[in-house]
Write a protein that binds this ligand. Sequence first.
Ligand SMILES: [Zn+2]
Ligand SMILES: [Zn+2]
Length: 317
Amino acid sequence: MAIREGKWRCPYCAVVNRGAQMACIGCGATRDADVRFFLEDDAAEVTDEALVARGRTGADWLCTFCGASNPPPLDHCRNCGAEKGAAPSRAVRDAPPAPLFPPARPPTAPAPPGRLRPWAVALLLVAVAFVAAAAYLGLRRTEETLTVAGFEWERRIAVEAWRTVREQAWEGRVPSAARIVSRRQEVHHTERDQVGTRRVKAGHRDLGNGFFEDVYSDEPVYRERPVYRTRVAYDVQRWVPDRTVRASGRDQAARWPEPALRPGEREASRAEKLVVVLQGKKTYRMELPEARWNALQPGQSVSAVIRGGWSVLELHP
Ligand SMILES: [Zn+2]
Ligand SMILES: [Zn+2]
């Protein structure tokens, strides 16, 4: 696995040093336990054999007397000569691929305050006034006495017929009464099969001596595989919409239309619309339930609550 040389920033003079350096090139301070190594994004793979070997010798040990870093092969501190003894080693730890020292982001300047030109302000005020006036006029409720001027009605009956229809379904979901027309193989769904693994770079490992090692992980590689099932086309008898018959008029004698059902037909649903025409300063139309519609008399005066001058909300005879 590839070895890359990291860097470290001197805690005393802030000079950035190469990972191989045991003392700061700026002030001469030895790299002690406070020093943290980092790897730059573009750090090249180390090819020099001596440096690779140094990277692989293991983590530095830290002298218990003077704090200096020492490579593992040394028995005595290269700084003060003290014996290694039970001196602690730097930690070896995995790091994410992101750099330890991300580049500082420039502070985002606040947007300059927007300045509206006088004509834009005037246009905005006109628009606001227009919307407010429209809302007021559209929602305003007024009372008015209206005269029952006429009636309109429409009644509809939907008719269904028992017919042969062609449908499709997956094998096993075909209705038992169906007559099979054809069978063929079609893609029912796809499944994912793992066909191998792929090595991907997952980050790097701080070797505790100024060098880093690439860390890889194995990711599964999948392939989509279509799964075929039998698709069946069949004929089956079903109730299907056939026609709608309607009756309408401009009187108060609402009636249901005659559907004239033939053999193999049935009534599916009924719907009606009963409207009273009301005359005031203008003409209004209002839909009513049958009992209230029937109770109105032609020429009768009613008081009405009108919204926005165009729709009748309530009627009080
Ligand atoms: Zn320094
Ligand atoms: Zn020492």
